[in-house]
Design a protein around this ligand. Structure first.
Ligand code: CIR
Length: 252
């Protein structure tokens, strides 16, 4: 069960962040409403939601999942592979220090939290354009010292590992068909996404409720079959910036 969620307000210039999406330029008033609904959903699930002010120099900084990884015993400040995102951690670190001892990924390592999938005591570390081998090795070392196991997964498609696979509780992973055959998932039940609904891989399991992006009916019906509580959230403006539900909070 999670107790806290750290979030950050999107800034007025959030549309200047990095994106590969062709869905169009997102609108500030809309993302503010979507972010507010997201925070409210987390609060309704019993989390204390900490809201940090926007960071005008860092238009992607509301994707707080990337500059840090929080485990039950330690917070790891990452070193994002996207150089424009280095520095987002400066105002995050003092907040994390209130809850956890803090350690750092050092150059030449790069890691972004979107590549890190925690499944109970085990961590899957995506090796991607944003997370390199040196960063992954440093992270694996920190995790081992904290009593966790980990393994590496190559990310061939999508921005981050969690763009394609997420844990939805009850020993089940929600993942794209292209990732499905990887031997790493053999211990888990697999729910495969329809090829035109791959964005819905970024579904967030919080305190036994699934937060899933609105607009993916096939995924919704598959998730419904699990019998868990499900909440659909509109994240259209977040999707336009290559982000999703997991990216906008650090949960611990
Ligand atoms: C970026 O490209 O870095 C941001 N526009 C999106 C980051 C999304 N974060 C995530 O999936 N964890």
């Amino acid at each position: 069960m999670y107790t806290y969620a750290i979030t950050r307000l999107p800034g007025e210039n959030f549309a200047d962040g990095i994106t590969t999406s062709t869905l169009g330029r997102p609108a500030y008033p809309h993302i503010l409403l979507q972010h507010q609904a997201y925070r409210q959903a987390l609060q309704n699930l019993g989390l204390e939601v900490i809201l940090l002010p926007d960071e005008p120099g860092y238009p992607d900084a509301y994707f707080v999942e990337d500059p840090a990884i929080v485990t039950p015993t330690v917070a790891i400040i990452t070193r994002p592979g996207a150089s424009s995102r280095r520095g987002e951690e400066l105002t995050l670190e003092p907040v994390l220090k209130k809850y956890r001892p803090v350690v750092h990924i050092e150059p030449p390592g790069t890691v972004e939290g979107g590549d890190i999938l925690m499944v109970e005591n085990h961590f899957f570390i995506g090796i991607s354009d944003r997370t390199n081998q040196q960063g992954a090795a440093q992270l694996a070392d920190f995790l081992a010292k904290a009593g966790h196991t980990s393994e590496y997964i190559p990310v061939a498609k999508g921005l981050h590992l969690k763009s394609s696979v997420n844990y939805i509780g009850h020993s089940t992973l929600l993942l794209t068909q292209s990732l499905a055959d990887h031997p790493a998932w053999k211990r888990y039940n697999k729910m495969l996404l329809d090829p035109e609904e791959e964005y819905a891989a970024n579904t967030l399991w919080v305190n036994d409720t699934l937060l899933t992006p609105r607009g993916f009916p096939k995924t919704l019906s598959k998730l419904t079959s699990l019998g868990m509580k499900i909440l659909e959230l509109d994240v259209s403006e977040v999707q336009k910036m290559d982000g999703g539900l997991t990216c906008m909070s650090l949960r611990f």
